[in-house]
Design a protein around this ligand. Structure first.
Ligand SMILES: O=C(O)CCC(=O)C(=O)O
Ligand SMILES: [Fe+2]
Length: 358
């Protein structure tokens, strides 16, 4: 790479945060940008809807009550907290502690797992940041570790940190536990749509893919000037988000207002509808637009599990949901093309799904 292209390879935010008093200009949201509004976020007008998974999956009236809550949460917000999910808090704590330990390692050790092949060519998997496509791109105040965890036989273990030694085993165990939670939720959602229980799970195609993404937001000296993660909707079918227990940062857009999602202390998981499911459900479930802001004193970590269809699968409204009165509202698109287009729209801060509307 020529010297004048060094802008393509910014240093990690963690290194920056350790040295600068002010975020450099390429991290700052331009003053006239509408995004610079409301950065602190409004207080939510109601608590985040909470669904008890054990009740939701019971086989009696209790399940109906919980399903009604789920329906309302999906219609009103597109996300909810799930409790009683059966994943041990100690497993979650250990995995997050292990990830923190990884992020605390010296840069050279972390770079052994870099998402830049040969030190320059960007790929999705590994440790690093978003691709930098243009010199004037505004960068997010966060570093990531992004790993494909399913299908299990397609893991690229050379990108999985070998230190701390506990990391790989814990991530494997967490992946197995989360799968059960995701399956339960998608079955309950299928019932809400009056589909067979496997009506949504059956849409993942030959090889559904799961990515785990550890988002690490170092403390920022001027949180009012930057975003930790720019506004987006998740492109997948469903996301299970393990938020930082102590530090707030996630915000959700509803009717033009950004609401701050408070941290939760009981290791509940935040479930987010992705745009693939918005299309499959023919717009019945909406994938909420969200973003993350930073904190002046505290670092923050979140762990997202993204559940996506096979890359070759066509994403389209599920046939059983359509009739003369309810025609398809979206055109079909192959998931791999959807992902590629999503990233183009993402950098322009638009929702790719708008381009698929019929
Ligand atoms: O850090 C968060 O709370 C949000 C993360 C997120 O939205 C994502 O990874 O897609
Ligand atoms: Fe997200």
């Amino acid at each position: 790479m020529a010297d004048d292209e060094s802008w393509r390879l910014p240093s990690t935010v963690q290194e920056l945060a350790a040295t600068v008093q002010e975020p450099p200009s390429r991290y700052r949201i331009p003053e006239q940008d509408p995004l610079s509004d409301q950065l602190p976020g409004a207080e939510m007008t109601e608590p985040v809807p909470t669904i008890n998974l054990r009740r939701l999956l019971a086989s009696d009236d209790v399940a109906d009550e919980e399903a009604a809550k789920l329906r309302s949460a999906l219609q009103r917000w597109g996300f909810f907290l799930v409790t009683d999910h059966g994943i041990e808090a100690s497993l979650m704590d250990a995995l997050i502690a292990s990830a923190h330990e990884f992020f605390r390692k010296p840069l050279v050790e972390k770079q052994a797992y870099s998402n830049l092949i040969g030190g320059k060519q960007w790929q999705l998997e590994g440790y690093g940041n978003d691709p930098v496509k243009t010199q004037d791109q505004i960068l997010d105040w966060s570093d990531r570790l992004h790993l494909r965890v399913e299908p299990e036989d397609e893991r690229n273990l050379d990108r999985w940190p070998g230190h701390p030694e506990s990391f790989r085993g814990l991530l494997h165990e967490y992946t197995v536990s989360c799968k059960r939670v995701k399956d339960g939720i998608l079955r309950a959602m299928a019932r809400l749509l009056e589909l067979e229980d496997d009506g949504i799970l059956g849409q993942f195609g030959y090889k559904g893919t799961t990515y785990a993404r550890f988002n690490y937001y170092p403390a920022c000296p001027r949180p009012e000037l930057v975003l930790g993660l720019r506004p987006h909707s998740d492109v997948c079918v469903l996301t299970l988000l393990l938020m930082d227990e102590h530090v707030a940062g996630l915000q959700v857009l509803r009717d033009g207002t950004w609401y701050g999602v408070p941290p939760v202390s009981d290791r509940a998981l935040l479930v987010n509808v992705g745009v693939s499911l918005e299309i499959m459900s023919n717009g019945m479930f909406r994938g909420p637009v969200h973003r993350a802001v930073t904190n002046s004193e505290k670092e923050r970590m979140s762990l997202a599990m993204f559940y996506s269809t096979d890359l070759e699968k066509e994403i389209e409204p599920i046939a059983e949901l359509l009739d003369e009165k309810q025609p398809a509202r979206y055109k079909k698109i192959k998931f791999k093309n959807f992902v590629a287009t999503h990233y183009d729209y993402f950098s322009k801060r638009e929702r790719v799904i708008e381009s698929l509307k019929i």
